[in-house]
Design a protein around this ligand. Structure first.
Ligand SMILES: C[C@H](O)[C@H](O)[C@H]1CNC2=NC(N)=NC(=O)C2=N1
Length: 105
């Protein structure tokens, strides 16, 4: 899987307005907030099963109702289409489970 660079990277990021690009990590981040720990962990459980299915795993951090997600393809040293695809899954799944973006608080 090729690391996304240049115009291909810009085009991919343009499809993911809810995510921020971390240039240092060559990764994307999204900070979610749920109603409570149960809702946050429910999302994480679904995401964990999805990660296993994809063989593609997030770096993430959870405290109570917050889930901070970072996607990067470790084997490629940066962002690939696999991260973009999983980010789209998060975008389709998290709002339906009550998530809102942490910065909108
Ligand atoms: C052996 C195994 O398939 C690899 O280590 C996979 C597992 N999950 C992974 N997840 C992520 N985010 N990046 C990887 O490079 C990666 N590699």
């Amino acid at each position: 899987m090729t690391k996304l660079e240049g115009p291909a990277l810009q085009a991919a990021l343009a499809q993911l307005p809810a995510w921020t690009f971390d240039a240092e990590r060559h990764a994307i981040r999204r900070a979610l907030r749920f109603a409570d720990f149960n809702a946050a962990f429910g999302f994480m459980t679904r995401a964990a099963l999805e990660a296993e299915r994809r063989d593609h795993h997030p770096e993430w951090f959870n405290v109570y109702n917050r889930v901070d997600i970072l996607f990067s393809t470790h084997d490629a040293g940066g962002l690939t289409e696999r991260d973009i695809a999983f980010a789209r899954w998060v975008d389709a799944t998290a709002p339906a489970m009550g998530a809102i973006d942490e910065r909108n608080r």
